[in-house]
Design a protein around this ligand. Sequence first.
Ligand SMILES: [Zn+2]
Length: 320
Amino acid sequence: MSGHYAIGIDLGGTQVRTALIDVDGKILKRASEPTRAKDGADVVIDQIVRLAACVSDGLQQAELAGAGVSSPGPLDTTAGVALGIPTIAGFAGYPMREEIGRRLSLPVALENDGIAAAIGEWTFGAGRGRDNLVYVTVSTGIGGGVIADGRVLRGRRGMAGHVGHMSFVQDGELCVCGGRGCFEAYGSGTAFAQRARAAALDDPSSSLNAVRGELSSEDVFGAAAKGDRLAQALVRQEAEILGRGFAALLHLYSPEVLVMGGGLSSQFGTLEAGIVQTMRVHAMPAFRDTPVMPAELGSNAGLAGAAVLAFERVRQAGRP
Ligand SMILES: [Zn+2]
């Protein structure tokens, strides 16, 4: 069928992933490999092209609507240009949309990863049928995307929704963005694990000290589940930090639902009570009944959202 499939491409700091996705959001085929993040843009684009060819092998060009790319930002998605990706070298000022389109001979939609994942959850996941939602991904960093009044909020140059870089604390922790006191510098999985490492050193009785290798956020959740008091306190503190950030987002966007994705959302059940309790304290009364839900698509949200944009682009191009 003509234009029935799209290639979703999820460029991340650790993995490049591609998938063949149909118009209903079903993933039919996938491929991935570790991102050669230090080798420059041309090498990474080669990876994308090769993995896209893997998943579309055997299809006629006419069966493909196009490709959608979800990439860490900031990206200028109006111009189709990466403005510099902190975790992948060589992309400052790189014309990503044009270059990938040329190499694949397909129309390409380019989107910031937080927005792409928000679109995925909005179309196929926890935000289905809503006109207003905020999606927050909590993993290595914190990112997000906003759907407001039934449309994607993109802002100038398509850069809206960098929710991890709201600054909370004056002269606070240094953030990867170069600023200080950002939500990400406190609430991300990276910050959580760092805090746990420091706290464990001060508490020799904690089982966290018995973990071999570098302590990860999974280790802390694991120890908390087994009754380690320090780990439990660290989890409570993490939930409070997330709850404060989420409350600020309710005030900004008044969503019908706030969807939490990213690696830490696999522990949503553990964090939920603390997040909700904190939001009730820090959100103004009129906002307190807003539900917080875990993402449904997991790590596929960005791939699915990117594919939605590829289909959309074709639909728009076909309009009179
Ligand atoms: Zn920041």
